[in-house]
Write a protein that binds this ligand. Structure first.
Ligand code: ITT
Ligand code: MG
Length: 209
């Protein structure tokens, strides 16, 4: 596993050219494409290359991001960027966490997943807090096995009922600190200015461009 903090190996610079976005989530791919916009990178999605969706066997966001990026780089022969992310609810001990996609079930039903989160917090009783945060681990891998990881986070609170349809996944039930609208109600540019993905991306840009 690679940890960019304290990594003695020089961070490798990403040259303009093709980069595989190793994700099968269209909401994420859209956000990563927008974040990559200014950097002379030609994004190619895993779906366009017909890459398989790997089983996420890691026990951390970092391990799963590395696994997805390394598989895509290996199979495509191109540098690949993967994102492993999720919603962590303090009252639930960090759940759904790395299982955020799995709580939506095989049909990827986030109406269901949001309800499960809400019900799990309600079941904790009236004193359960609503603090939550999103985490994002971005892994950048090269076909020779070199990989670097950048982590980001945004803190906020759960809201109920779900609000807005501008985002994806759990966005309608997450309200970032200092704002009175949910990620689901926020314009993409505003989310990109503060999200867990933007936080990780800023670290990647500082190191890899
Ligand atoms: O693994 P890939 O193919 O990238 O796609 P995925 O949807 O399975 O992605 P993850 O394994 O990283 O699971 C993370 C889940 O957490 C949720 N999530 C992550 N970032 C989010 C965001 O910015 N807004 C809302 N939900 C988010 C989203 O529902 C994802 O399905
Ligand atoms: Mg996944």
């Amino acid at each position: 596993m690679t940890d960019n903090a304290g990594n003695e190996q020089a961070i490798r610079k990403l040259k303009p050219g093709k980069l595989v976005i190793a994700s099968h989530n269209t909401g994420k791919v859209r956000e990563i494409q927008a974040l990559l916009g200014p950097y002379g990178i030609e994004p190619v999605s895993a779906a366009a290359l017909d890459l398989p969706e790997p089983e996420e066997t890691g026990t951390t966001f970092v391990a799963n991001a590395e696994l997805k990026a390394m598989q895509a780089a290996d199979l495509s022969g191109l540098p690949a960027l993967a994102d492993d992310s999720g919603l962590c609810v303090e009252a639930l001990g960090g759940d759904p966490g790395i299982f955020s996609a799995r709580w939506a079930g095989p049909d990827k039903d986030f109406g269901l997943a949001m309800r499960l989160v809400h019900e799990a917090v309600e079941a904790k009783g009236p004193d359960a807090g609503h603090d939550a945060h999103f985490v994002c681990a971005l892994a950048l891998a090269w076909p020779d096995g070199h990989v670097e990881v950048f982590e980001g986070r945004v803190d906020g609170a759960l809201v109920w009922p779900p609000r807005g349809d501008k985002g994806f996944g759990y966005d309608p039930i997450f309200q970032p600190i200092g704002h009175d609208i949910s990620f689901g109600e926020m314009d993409p540019d505003a989310k990109h200015a503060m999200s867990h993905r933007a936080d990780a991306f800023a670290k990647l840009v500082a190191a890899a461009f």
